[in-house]
Design a protein around this ligand. Structure first.
Ligand code: MG
Length: 388
């Protein structure tokens, strides 16, 4: 493949650093043009120097001077603030944009990248959850591919390469079950943020790790799959698979199922998106089936993990309800990470916020920004009645 010039939005987070590790192993195939970070100035500076980035953006404007002075001896342009990210993603020096920002904040720069005709490697699932109709319509209009980085969606995407023109009848979305998979409900109810942050298989950021513990992550992924693959939520079957080796499966009308397997390591789906349609060598752990012995599968438990059901409710309601659900979840997870609320207050706050919201849909970016802000305000009011 020809050399690809990459922008990484969220380069200091879990996905961003793993993407740079993939690039580190294939420096001849990628040029790092743009790196952006929210707060981690020190790591952003180190990355910019190591990868000889053309430009960086530190979103926290208070850290601009720190980044700028550290990069003064180097040939790196330095900017600050989210507006700069949105301006720079469309640059003619960029071939592909990896969006690895956390939460709803990824929506605006993703939309700007699509409008500029840049293929998007999408690691920010909240973008599709909150505004899937808008984002996918824009991608069609600008003929821009959205390449999934989420491991399950990468698996589905990889399986679909073997589908030909055959219709998919079902998707089997696998879930690790998270750190509380085997816990009693009473123990889960008493769990703190430090318990939820111990994920058994995957190394991820704090927000997605808590989402994994509540299984809201799987709910967000159901909605993400609906938009990426144009499949009805009722045709998406969530199955708990604790080993995280089968990353998801696609079923056809004849009952045949294609699955994608690999060791749980985000660098695999990252390289598939960055190099698509090629596959690159990777220094990850290869599967050893004899030592794995067996793989297990279970139905999810809706009683201990109510967030999954809330996500199905939201996507069936349609319109802006997934955006409302996502906003309420971001507020609740943030409060849980600060030890302000209990574990089951997360689904309670999401449910209460959805109950007082209607599902009429926004059609513009501005509309979704407004719905998100309103839902966050409503969720914050509801949160006050649950706070410790
Ligand atoms: Mg995932």
């Amino acid at each position: 493949m020809g050399k690809r010039r990459i922008a990484i939005l969220g380069s200091t987070g879990s996905i961003g650093t793993q993407a740079l590790d993939v690039i580190r192993q294939h420096r001849d195939l990628f040029d790092v043009e743009l790196l952006t970070a929210n707060n981690n100035a020190e790591l952003l500076v180190r990355q910019a120097i190591e990868f000889d980035a053309n430009a960086v953006v530190i979103c926290n404007e208070n850290k601009y001077d720190e980044v700028n002075s550290a990069l003064l001896p180097h040939d790196v342009k330095v900017f600050a603030g989210m507006d700069a990210v949105c301006d720079l993603v469309g640059g003619s020096n960029i071939d592909m944009v990896l969006t690895a920002l956390v939460g709803f904040s990824g929506l605006r720069p993703t939309v700007e990248a699509i409008k500029a005709g840049k293929p998007v490697a999408l690691a920010n699932k909240e973008t599709l959850v909150a505004a899937g109709a808008l984002v996918t319509a824009l991608a069609r209009e600008h003929r821009v591919p959205i390449l999934p980085v989420d491991s399950e969606h990468s698996a589905i995407f990889q399986c679909l390469q073997g589908a030909g023109n055959n219709a998919v009848s079902r998707i089997h979305l696998t879930a690790s079950g998270g750190p509380f998979r085997t816990w009693e409900k009473s123990a889960i109810a008493a769990a703190r943020a430090s318990d939820a942050l111990k994920h058994p298989n995957w190394s991820m950021g704090a927000k997605v790790t808590v989402d994994s513990a509540t299984m809201m992550n799987k709910g967000l992924e159901v909605i993400e799959a609906k938009w990426l693959f144009d499949i009805a939520p009722d045709d998406i079957n969530v199955v708990v698979h604790p080993e995280s080796v089968v990353h998801s499966m696609v079923e056809f009308e004849d009952g045949s199922v294609l699955a994608q397997l690999a060791s749980p390591d985000m660098r695999e789906p990252i390289q598939y998106a960055l190099a698509y349609p090629e596959r690159l060598s990777l220094n990850n752990r290869k599967l050893d089936f004899a030592s794995l012995g067996s793989l297990s599968f279970f139905a999810p438990d809706p009683d201990r993990f109510p967030c999954l059901g809330l996500a199905f409710d939201a996507i069936r309601s349609g319109g802006n309800m997934p955006c409302v659900m996502n906003a309420a979840n971001e507020v609740a997870v943030d409060a849980f990470l600060r030890d302000r609320i209990g574990f089951y207050d997360i689904p309670a706050i999401v449910r209460d916020t959805m109950a007082v919201s209607d599902s009429t849909s926004a059609t513009t970016l501005g509309g979704f920004l407004e719905i998100n802000a309103e839902a966050k305000a409503r969720a914050s009011e509801i949160l006050a009645s649950y706070s410790n």
